[in-house]
Ligand binder design. Structure first.
Ligand code: NAD
Ligand code: ZN
Length: 379
């Protein structure tokens, strides 16, 4: 089959690899029709992980079931399914309580398991013609009959729509709250969109890319351009000096600072300052346990300092981690089906698999207008 394979830093190629196949009785095999490039793929693409060359990338996948193992009895051949990026057993202490991002069976070290991801198990991704889904009955979300016509919406259920929603949940957001989102990439857009759907009174979105800020405005958010002055001051000015009720961190490791360099603690300190005392902060941007290419010795070890004193003094709360996609994807699927959510507004480009390297290049350098790339491996 054709697949997008990691070769090394900023080097991905489309080539023939052995077909994905049913390997265990609980596996499901999916013919991938839609698969996205994610900001999380960039951690590997930019070479800051130890991902081995040869791995197929892609954890945001949707397609048609073409084969099921002998122990699969609910998912059927012909079903259109969206596949949560977390791979989970469904039966461990964490999975049983909905914390499927932290499956203890597949990766007891904490990080959970995922497709095409460094440090999250040996699984290949779905930027390919075929994808093997372990524990397929548990790890497939069946889609309604409009699956094919709305696949650019439903594919967002694999990761970024539930992740954005999760970020608002981690922040403790309630209807009527004001919310500040740092990062107007696809994840930040989904956090802002989720906050809107949940009845936020005001949503601020901070970034410096005009195209991404305009996109946030198109869903009703207030754009904060941090190249025009302190984002903290801009948020405080618009919230009577108090700060927003909730904050969402949707940037992660590659945060730019005012000098235009990158340092991963930028957004945490800005969030603490632009959220009101006793407010809550959700962090879904990824901070890696180690990064040999990081800007200083502490960051190289994955130690990202932030202003603990101010955080404590303001009595704020914080929630972090990968999104437990299954905790939300059924309800969000239903919002899409009934027309109450159209997360495909983030899609800027639809490409055939062969053009995936171009998609990676442009998304990585945040070229004007490249917000979310959707690939169609099977035409
Ligand atoms: P992205 O790189 O496209 O978007 C990040 C955005 O943040 C960019 O537009 C950038 O300009 C902006 N930014 C950089 N520095 C900033 C700063 N100091 N202040 C405000 N904005 C700043 O990536 P994405 O696809 O939107 O993903 C964002 C993060 O979410 C990544 O770290 C990704 O790995 C992570 N992620 C986490 C989960 C999860 O389950 N927790 C799931 C998906 C993605
Ligand atoms: Zn993703």
């Amino acid at each position: 089959m054709k697949a997008l394979v990691y070769n090394g830093a900023r080097d991905v190629v489309v080539k023939d690899v052995p077909d994905a196949r049913v390997e265990r009785p609980t596996d499901v095999l999916v013919h991938v029709t839609t698969t996205n490039i994610c900001g999380s793929d960039l951690h590997m693409y930019e070479g800051r992980t130890d991902l081995e060359p040869g791995r197929v990338l892609g954890h945001e996948n949707l397609g048609e079931v073409v084969e099921v193992g002998s122990a699969v009895d609910r998912i059927k051949v012909g079903d259109m399914v969206c596949i949560p990026f977390n791979i989970s057993c469904g039966h461990c202490k964490n999975c049983e309580t909905g914390l499927t991002a932290f499956c203890l069976t597949l990766n007891p070290d904490a990080a959970g398991a995922a497709y095409g991801f460094a440090g999250m198990g040996p699984y290949n991704g779905g930027q390919a013609e075929l994808l093997r889904v372990p524990y397929g009955d548990f790890n497939c979300l069946r889609l309604p009959p409009d699956a094919k016509e709305k696949q650019n919406d439903y594919v967002m259920l694999a990761d970024i729509f539930p992740t954005g929603w999760h970020c608002t949940e981690l922040s403790g957001m309630r209807p009527g709250d004001s919310v500040v989102v740092y990062g107007a990439g696809p994840v930040g857009q989904m956090a802002a969109y989720s906050a809107m759907i949940k009845g936020a009174s005001q949503v601020f979105v901070v970034d410096r890319h005009p195209d991404r800020l305009r996109l946030a405005e198109s869903i009703g958010a207030i754009a904060i351009d941090d190249s025009k002055g302190s984002p903290v001051d801009q948020v405080l000015e618009q919230t009577r000096g108090e700060g927003a009720d909730r904050g969402c961190e949707c940037v992660g490791y590659q945060a730019h600072d005012p000098q235009g360099t990158e340092h991963p603690n930028m957004t945490m300190n800005n969030l603490i300052k632009s959220v009101r005392p006793t407010g809550g902060i959700g962090v879904v941007g990824i901070f890696l346990p180690q990064d040999p290419g990081a800007p200083d010795a502490m960051a190289k070890k994955g130690e990202i300092p932030f202003d603990m004193g101010l955080f404590w003094f303001k009595g704020q709360k914080i929630g972090t981690g990968q999104a437990n996609v299954k905790a939300y994807n059924r309800q969000l699927r239903n919002l899409i089906h009934t027309g109450r959510a159209t997360p495909s507004f983030v899609v800027s480009h639809e490409l055939p698999l062969e053009q995936a390297p171009e998609g990676y290049r442009n998304f990585d350098t945040r070229e004007e207008g490249w917000t979310k790339v959707v690939l169609h491996p099977n035409g």
